[in-house]
Every structure is written in C-alpha cells, then in structure tokens.
Design a protein around this ligand. Sequence first.
Ligand code: RTP
Ligand code: MG
Length: 150
Amino acid sequence: MTERTFVMVKPDGVQRGLIGEIIARFEDRGLKLVGAKLMRIDQALAEEHYAEHTDKPFFEDLTDFITSGPVLAMVWEGQDAIAQVRTMMGATDPAESAPGTIRGDFGLDMGRNVIHGSDTEPGSAEREIELFFDEEELEDYERIDEAWLY
Ligand code: RTP
Ligand code: MG
C-alpha cells in the first residue's frame, strides 16, 4: 500500500553533516520525498510530538535534546513506507541496531540516535505529518523512475 511517513534528522544528525547521506538512502530505496524543511522544534511542539512518552523518566532529556538545534523534518512516500523506514532506521538503541541500518551505522547512544521515523501504530504517521506540515507544503508529483520502482 502506498503511504506517507514522517521522518526527521535529529539535531545530532544535522550537526554531524549526515543529512545528505540519509536522504540518499531513502532515494536509493525508491521512496519519494514529498516534503522537507529545516526547522527548530520549540518546547510545545516537542512535548506534543513525544506525547506518548510524557510520563517516562527520559522525557525531559528527550525534549531538551530535540529542541537543542535544527532538525530536518521530512515526509517520504512509497509502498509500505512506514515500516520500510523503520527497518532502514534500525533499533532505537544504536548498541542493538544492525550494521547497514542508519542507527547501526551512525548512532552513538540511546539519545543521539540520529533519526526519527513514525512508528507503525495506526494513525501515528498521519498525526505527525499534520503536526509538522501544512497540506500545501507537501508536493504531489510523479518521480520519473516511478514506473520502474513499483
Ligand atoms: P523515535 O520516536 O525517536 O523515532 O524513536 P523510536 O520510535 O525508535 O523510540 P521511542 O520508544 O519512540 O523513543 C523515542 C526516543 O526516546 C529516546 N529514548 N530513550 N533512555 C531510554 O530508555 C530511552 N528510550 C527511548 C530515544 O532517543 C528514542 O529515539
Ligand atoms: Mg517513536
């Protein structure tokens, strides 16, 4: 099923110059970029984005980190895009993520794990896309190689 997912290069990924590398991986995999912006997340947006973790002991560290510098917010589209991105990201803890995954190759620790992607809970991706993007910021277009991909 063609679907959209929300993906974000976290402040550590931006600072370490990993934006190009990460975008290239999704392009190579045949996913289509439909929205992107470099932005700074404020406290309110951080708390809403990570609302499911409000009561966790790491919540304050998490919101401090995600607001600490610019992030690259993106929307990617493709067949089973949500699960595909999660697979390409690797496990949350870089110590456990497989080599070849983004976190497995670049992640440092549980906090500085380079990338966020919507989880596969129904509605998660849609909620996050709406939280970060207005409808007119998302582009509907056909990639020239699309017919060869799916
Ligand atoms: P994300 O939301 O950032 O894409 O990561 P995720 O789905 O793989 O992991 P999630 O459970 O949603 O946790 C969100 C972020 O919180 C930090 N975390 N720290 N210290 C801890 O036990 C702990 N657990 C999670 C991680 O930075 C994780 O990406
Ligand atoms: Mg998550």
